[in-house]
Design a binder for this molecule. Structure first.
Ligand code: 5GP
Length: 197
């Protein structure tokens, strides 16, 4: 397997990863390519297959696991998620683009053990777990039961984040400040990326 240059962004559900990622994809689309994960969860309203995720069945997912088709994969809140090797290959065929990978912490641990993955890790923290709960409720995409499950997982994820090595930590208090911090980090970590603002 060829080496995989990547920017990995992780943090608990509701921390604002999706929003921040959209913003940096708009800004650095020339350099960063979002790797579209496979998932067994149902699409949320507005999500598009092949754009937000590849939505596949549990059977198909496990078959791909057996066939070693994932760079990493994990179970999150009862659903399966994984970064397909074919997706990495798609990004690599684009030339010298960096994979922009958004995953949960179990996946981060797998990538950190993989010598072919040359990644920079950014961890996003919520200001508090109350803020996480509020954001998840405001988002309105999940049932209360799922929110509780995601919050419990989120608490565990924050504990794991504290123990893992990462290159840059951001506490997402104000979206614009978090965005600025992320842009500054991206431009310093990958020095060929320069955008005049
Ligand atoms: P959601 O259901 O909110 O889209 O995603 C749930 C969690 O799964 C998020 O923390 C998200 O970052 C993570 N996730 C998304 N795709 C992948 C993947 O390919 N692998 C892993 N390990 N986690 C993923």
């Amino acid at each position: 397997m060829a080496t995989v240059p990547a920017l990995v962004v992780a943090g608990p559900s509701g921390v604002g990863k999706g929003t921040l990622l959209k913003m940096i994809r708009a800004r650095y689309g020339e350099y960063l390519e979002f790797t579209i994960s496979c998932t067994t969860r149902a699409p949320r309203e507005g999500e598009v297959d092949g754009k937000d995720y590849y939505f596949i069945t549990k059977e198909e997912f496990e078959k791909r696991v057996q066939d070693n088709q994932f760079l990493e994969h994990a179970t999150f809140a009862g659903n399966r998620y994984g970064t397909g090797l074919s997706e990495i290959a798609r990004v690599q065929r684009m030339g010298n683009k960096i994979c922009l990978i958004e995953i949960e912490l179990n996946g981060v641990q797998q990538l950190q053990k993989n010598p072919n993955v040359l990644a920079k890790y950014v961890f996003l923290y919520p200001p508090s777990t109350e803020a996480l709960a509020e954001r998840l409720r405001l988002r309105g995409t999940e049932s209360e039961e799922t929110i509780q499950r995601r919050l419990e997982t989120g608490r565990q994820e924050i504990e794991i984040m504290d123990q893992l090595t990462c290159n840059h930590k951001i506490v997402n208090v104000e979206l614009q400040d978090a965005y600025k911090s992320l842009c500054e980090y991206v431009e310093s970590a990958f020095d060929f990326i320069k955008i005049d603002s």
